[in-house]
Design a protein around this ligand. Sequence first.
Ligand code: TXE
Length: 487
Amino acid sequence: MKMLIGGKWVDAAGGQTFSRSSPGNGMEVGIYPEAGAEDVDRAVAAARSAFETGEWPYMAAEDRARILTSTAELIRKNADRIALIETLESGKVISQARAEMDWSANLWDYCAGVARTLHGDSHNNLGPNLIANVMREPIGVVSIITPWNFPLLIISQKLPFALAAGCTAIVKPSEFTPGTTLILGELLMEAGLPDGVVNIVTGHGRPAGQRMLDHPGVDMISFTGSTAVGKIAVQSSAQQLKKVSLELGGKNAQIVFADANLEEAADAIIEGAFKNAGESCNCGARLLVERSIHDELVQRVSKRAQSVKVGDPLDPEAQIGAIISPAQLDKIVGFVSRAREGGAGVLLGEGRAPSDAGLYVYPSILTGVDPQMEVANSEIFGPVLSVIPFDTPAEAVAIANQTDFGLSAAVWTSDYERAVAMTRRLQAGTVWVNTYSSGPAELPFGGYKQSGIGRENGRAGVEEFTELKTVQFHFGGRQAWWVRGQR
Ligand code: TXE
C-alpha cells in the first residue's frame, strides 16, 4: 500500500519500505512505505496548506458532517475487509475486530452530530457599548500518532473529532498495524474529504513519528501509546509550545466488595483482564477483593478463565489471539516469572503457549500479590490479572490510587452509597460501578496522573481540538483612555 499525502497515494521519498508479518502465524501480510523526515515535511506542508488556504476550516458544519457520516457508512460497508486486516496485523481475534468496526463507525457518526452543535458563546451583559463573541476555532494542523492495540478504534477517537472541529491532520499509525488506517484514508477520499485535510504517513517512531512531534508547522500533538513516548511528546512540544493531548497507559483496579453480584463481577473481571489479550490501556489488571470473599471470587474467576480459548485470531471461537510482537511477549512472560519468584501464586497456564509460528500466551491469574510488588504497579499489557485482598474501603482506595497511573477503575457493590463514596475518591478518568469496559461516544475518556493529558470522546473530545478566540465589538463613542481609567 502507499501513503496519502495531499490527496495523492505516494511512496516514501527515499523509496524504502517495511513489512508486517502476522503475529498469529508469522506470514507477511503487508508492505508499506517507510516514511522519513522528508515525507513528514511534505505531509505537514499539505495539511498546512489545506488549513491556511483550503475550504475545510471554514466549511459549513453541515457539509463537514455529511463527509463524517459518509465515512461512518463506508466503514460499515467495508467492515469485513477492515476487520480482516486488523486481525492479521494486530493478532486480535476476528470477532472482536468485527465489533470494533461498528464501534469505530459509531464514533464517526457521533462526530457528525457534534460538528453541527459546536459553537462559541456570546456576551451581551458587558455594558451599553460592548458585546462580545467567544468563538471556538479549529486549533490548526494536528499530528496524530496511534498505537497497535486498537488501530481503527483509536484513530476514530481522534481523527473525526479533529475534523469536526475543522482541523487538518497528519496521521501515523503504528508500524505494526498501518493497514486499516490507510484503508480509512481511502474511505475518506471516497466520502469527499478535500485533498490535504488528512495525510497518512507510515513508518516508525524514529524518524517519522519524532519529526511529527518536532515539526514547527504542527499546532497540536494527539498521541496514544506508551508513557515513555508520551513524555517525549511533551518535551518536543516545548519547542513551539504545541498543545499536547495524551492517552497513555493504565494499571486499572476492579474493586469487589462482599455484597457485589459475584457472578457478574467474575465475568467482568475476565473481560477486563483478558480482552484483547490484555493489550489495552483499560485492562483491568488488578483485582482488589474484600478479604472475606477472596477465595470464593478467585475460584469463580479462575473457573471462567479456564474456558477462555487462546488461539488463531482468525478462529471465530478464539477469545484471546496473538501477542503483537516477540518483545511484548517476552515482556509479559518476564512479569509473570518475576512475580512467581517474588512469591506470588500463579493460577492457570504460565507464560508462552506452544505454537509453531505464532505469538501466544496463556492468561495468568497471580494470587498473593503484595501491593508493593512490581506486578501490582507496572503496566504489563498482557493477559495477566493480579489479585490483592483488602479489608476496608479506605484500604481499597489507597491501593487503587497508589500507582503512577489513573486511567480507569471499577467498583462492585450493591450498596450505592458506598459506590458513590468510592467514585469520589478514586483517582481515575473513568470509574465504572457494577460494570466494566463500556465507552459510549458521548462520554469523555482519558486519564489522571501519568495516564495522560486531555480527554477524548464526548464534547470534550472535540473541544480539545479548538482554540477560543474572544472578539469584542464596541458601539458608540469611545472614551479616551485617560478618562476611562487604566483597564
Ligand atoms: O509503544 P510506543 P510500544 C504501552 C504498553 C506497551 C508499551 C510499549 O505498556 O507494552 O507501551 O508499546 C510511535 N516519536 N502502550 O513500544 O513506542 C510508534 O511508532 C513519535 C500503551 O508499541 O509508544 C507508534 O505509532 N512517535 C498504549 C506509537 O508511538 C513515536 C498503546 C506507539 O508506540 C516515537 C500502546 C517517537 N520517538 C502501547 N516512538 C495505550 N495507551 O493503549 C514511538 N512512536
